[in-house]
Write a protein that binds this ligand. Structure first.
Ligand SMILES: Nc1nc2c(ncn2[C@@H]2O[C@@H]3COP(=O)(O)O[C@H]4[C@@H](O)[C@H](n5cnc6c(=O)[nH]c(N)nc65)O[C@@H]4COP(=O)(O)O[C@H]3[C@H]2O)c(=O)[nH]1
Length: 853
């Protein structure tokens, strides 16, 4: 039968209605306005509607992913394509949703446009197939190390394609674990995505912020009704988002990495299948993130291994090298192929013995790690020091599997540290231990002697007259001399003993493990003897001696610092005894030292208590016999000790820094006195005031004196300052300038004790002075046939040639006076005329003297 006959055989309308109603697929016709113009029985029954009810609906009522605009676009696309398949959900009359698979066809009928849809409910198998398809693709991407972003975007796309009315997003936490960052959310409105970018997670921060914070799914069916969205209600409304289901993506068991979320544009609660799907997809995201992290870590480790400046060796559990990094080659010079399969000890220095490596092995076995310094040998044969750290990695069963050795070359650092330590502990000139190291070692030796019951003997050496040699030879000459002294000292002592230079011309020798003090005598005598031989400084033979103080631990002191003090006192004693000798510390010295301390304390109060007095000793003009000059000599009237000599307390005052105040008091008193005596005794009267060298170290007082002199009348040459040769030896430009300031202020300058120091007229020539005072020691021995006589005569002659006047000190006899007269001395000071006298007695003496002349 022909086809036409077949179709004519039936009433075609009845036939098609009957057929369409009885087939299982749902068929709907929907016009351009969205009206459902036809639905077969399968369709309206499956959705729970009657025929009348379904025709009252529009597509927008049963498929919420369509809005009139979306529908219009859909029809446009359909017209172009002819047909299209997709998945969606249809809402049933009871509000539940049915996932469906749709085949849409474009039909034009009587000039109108229709969407003819053949719809099939999706069965679980299909869903499972879809999932399987997504999973396989994700795993494939993971296996091919696709970028994480790409994988997550695929996941999101998969969900959205399945249900176009769903808007999906994956947000991941940043490294601080506090902020969510958008990784994949292609369909979320751009403005909304921007607004929630860097969302800080917290308890009420929408669905995702809360899910990431709590580590639990947060299902919000109606955003506007949920308090966790309260701060974002307006934002969600603005972008037409009505529900949001969010599940955390949890990696490595309990670490929240981000969130996977599904939004709808209408309030929507998830079906059980939806929740399962979300969990499934978040699990796929987890796999992708974990793999990504592992790959990142591997990449990082690999780049550290290759690029770090620290050398790395990987050892198997037997200690054999199985891998090295480029830094190892750079540091050691060995290529990886030259060391792999060898034990690292092969490349160690022979300095380390078996015990050293056994100790490392023991540590590794017990603790799994070791760190410390190891000396290695480079391929060139050069030794180098490494700072080494060894750690162990375990296998899956927790058993040691590999050792990772990390090391860096610290040779230069060590050398630098050693250099710094050496500079801090050794004297740069003589290479002997300096004061710091000496003190430290002495302390240790004292502890040791205590333990062993032995003695420590300390010899404290000060070179005699070194300053003069230094000044005469220049600093370089002085340095040569000190180097030679150090060499000779080292030659005397045993290797176990210790020679140090404390600074300047002070040395110490510490004798260890001695049981009697005989050793000290022997060493001290040897030192003095060795120093007797001349020392060649350039081409000059120079002679030097030393004063040595000796003290013994534990006989003389309980600790190292007292021992040093004792040795110093004993050395001073040796100097006092006349140099080039040694002196043992005694209790007497301790007594003297204590007394000095006590006196220093009392000296502080002496000025306040008006315990100082000034005595005056006349200087007689040998030509005229007239007295127009006097030397002011201070006295300390001590409550219990009576009159204390300045020879005793001036050094103490210098030591305690009190000399400045005392000296200033004397100066001002004398200025006052000189002016009085200018009116009472003689119009040119002058008083000489002693200035200590220490006073030149703190010259602020001088300015005050100059001001006082300038502010008074008739002060020109009313004072003369007496300085010792010591001040001249120190004659820096500053001292010379100070002395000039005295002369400019109308104060004359005298050199005191001339002949006792390193007498040099060269100094005097350099600094203009007015008087030379020849020291008493020369005058005492002066006799026509004595050796001092021509000396004094020569001094006077030369002084006169330089335009200086000469004062002879300590003249006691008429014979001395006569000799001095015969060789042209200008002034006489001494007991022959008068001792230093109190002010009133001095005045009376001068007046009486004036009457005689
Ligand atoms: N044996 C003997 N001695 C004689 C004779 N003529 C004078 N003398 C003593 O010789 C010392 C001379 O003073 P100097 O050399 O400046 O030596 C002074 C001076 O360096 C210092 N001195 C005294 N007063 C002061 C002062 O006010 N300031 C400072 N910085 N030092 C002072 O103390 C030192 C000692 O003073 P003094 O004990 O007063 O001792 C004085 C004086 O009494 C004599 O014929 N025979």
């Amino acid at each position: 039968m022909p086809v036409a006959d077949h179709e004519d055989f039936l009433d075609f309308t009845l036939f098609s209605r009957f057929s369409l109603d009885k087939i299982q697929d749902w068929i709907t016709w929907i016009n351009a306005a969205g009206d459902i113009v036809y639905a077969n029985e399968a369709a309206y029954t499956a959705l729970g509607y009657s025929k009348q009810e379904i025709y009252a609906l529009k597509i927008f009522d049963i498929d919420l992913s369509f809005t009139p605009e979306v529908w219009a676009t859909h029809l446009q696309r359909l017209k172009a394509l002819g047909s299209r398949s997709f998945e969606t959900q249809h809402r049933k009359k009871d509000g539940t949703f049915l996932p469906v698979e749709i085949n849409s066809n474009y039909i034009e009928y009587h000039g109108l446009e229709y969407n003819c849809a053949i719809i099939r409910p999706m069965v679980d198998r299909q869903r499972a197939e879809k999932r399987e398809q997504i999973k396989n693709h994700v795993l494939d991407l993971v296996a091919h190390n696709a970028p994480l972003k790409e994988i997550l975007a695929y996941l999101v796309r998969g969900v959205e394609e399945e249900n176009p009315e769903r808007l999906c997003s994956i947000h991941l936490l940043d490294s601080s674990k506090q902020f969510l960052r958008n990784y994949a959310a292609p369909s979320l409105p751009a403005g909304y995505s921007a607004a929630i970018e860097n969302l800080k997670v917290g308890p009420d921060v929408g669905s995702c912020g809360t899910a990431a914070f709590e580590g639990k799914p947060v299902i919000v069916a109606d955003i506007q009704a949920d308090s966790r969205w309260r701060d974002y209600h307006a934002l969600a409304a603005e972008y037409d988002l009505a529900s949001c289901w969010s599940v955390p993506i949890i990696v490595d068991h309990n670490d929240v990495a981000g969130t996977f979320a599904i939004y709808h544009r209408y309030p929507q609660a998830p079906a059980q299948a939806d929740l399962e799907q979300m969990e499934y997809l978040s699990n796929l995201a987890r796999i992708a993130i974990e793999r990504h992290r592992t790959a990142e870590e591997l990449r990082l480790s690999d780049s550290i291994f290759k690029n770090t400046s620290e050398a790395m060796l990987v050892l198997d559990i037997n200690g054999m090298i199985i891998a090295t990094n480029p830094a190892f080659t750079k540091i050691s010079g060995y290529q990886s192929s030259e060391v792999i399969g060898h034990h690292p000890v092969t490349f160690g220095s022979p300095r380390h013995d078996r015990d050293f490596y056994d100790a490392i092995r023991k540590d590794l076995q017990e603790r799994g790690s070791w760190r410390g310094e190891i000396c290695g040998v480079k391929k060139t044969g050069e030794e180098y020091i490494n700072w080494v750290t060894v750690n162990t990695t375990n296998d899956d069963k927790g058993q040691p599997f590999r050792r990772v050795v990390l090391f860096s070359d610290i040779t230069e650092k060590k050398k630098h540290e050693e250099r710094i330590w050496y500079e801090a502990n050794y004297d740069a000139l003589t290479h002997l231990p300096n004061r710091r190291l000496f003190q430290e070692r002495l302390q240790q030796e004292v502890f040791r002697a205590n333990r062993l019951g032995t003695k420590v003997i300390l010899l404290y050496l000060d070179l005699d007259g070194f300053k003069e040699v230094n000044d005469a030879m220049g600093h370089q000459g002085g340095d040569q001399l000190l180097i030679e002294v150090a060499r000779r000292l080292n030659a005397v002592v045993r290797v176990t003993d210790c020679t140090s230079r404390l600074g300047g011309d002070e040395f110490t020798v510490t004798l260890l493990d001695v049981h009697d003090t005989q050793a000290a005598t022997k060493v001290a005598s040897s030192i003095l003897e060795l120093l007797q031989a001349p020392i060649m400084v350039d081409t000059h033979a120079t002679y030097i001696s030393a004063s040595i103080g000796i003290t013994v631990y534990p006989d003389d002191a309980d600790d190292a610092s007292s021992l040093i003090k004792n040795a110093d006192q004993a050395m001073y004693q040796a100097k006092k005894l006349g140099r080039n000798q040694y002196s043992f510390y005694t209790q007497e010295m301790q007594y003297v030292a204590n007394r000095r301390t006590e006196q220093k304390r009392e000296l502080r109060n002496a000025l306040l208590n008006h315990e100082f007095e000034i005595y005056f000793q006349p200087l007689v003009n040998l030509r005229t016999g007239i007295v127009t000059k006097a030397e002011a000599l201070i006295r300390w009237r001590h409550a219990s000790m009576g009159m204390v000599s300045p020879a005793e307390f001036i050094p103490l005052a210098e030591d305690a820094g009190l000399i400045h105040e005392i000296g200033s008091w004397v100066f001002i008193e004398c200025l006052d006195q000189a002016l009085k005596w200018r009116s009472q005794l003689h119009p040119d009267f002058q008083i000489s005031v002693n200035l200590s060298p220490v006073q030149f170290k703190h010259t602020a007082y001088f300015e005050r004196w100059f001001n006082l002199i300038a502010s008074a009348a008739n002060t020109h040459n009313c004072l003369c300052v007496e300085i010792t040769e010591g001040v001249l030896l120190d004659a820096s430009a500053k001292t010379a300038q100070q002395l000039l300031r005295f002369r400019e202020a109308g104060i004359e300058v005298a050199i005191d004790d001339f002949g006792t120091g390193y007498s040099s007229l060269a100094y005097i020539k350099r600094i203009e002075v007015d008087y030379l005072k020849i020291d008493r020691s020369f005058i005492t021995n002066i006799a026509a046939e004595s050796t001092d006589y021509p000396l004094v005569e020569a001094i006077i002659m030369m002084a006169h040639k330089l335009g200086l006047k000469v004062v002879a000190e300590g003249v006691e006899t008429e014979a001395q006076l006569a000799l001095l007269d015969s060789i042209g001395c200008d002034y006489i000071q001494g007991y022959y005329y008068a001792k230093p006298l109190p002010r009133a007695e001095f005045e009376a003496w001068v007046l009486a003297q004036q009457q005689q002349v």
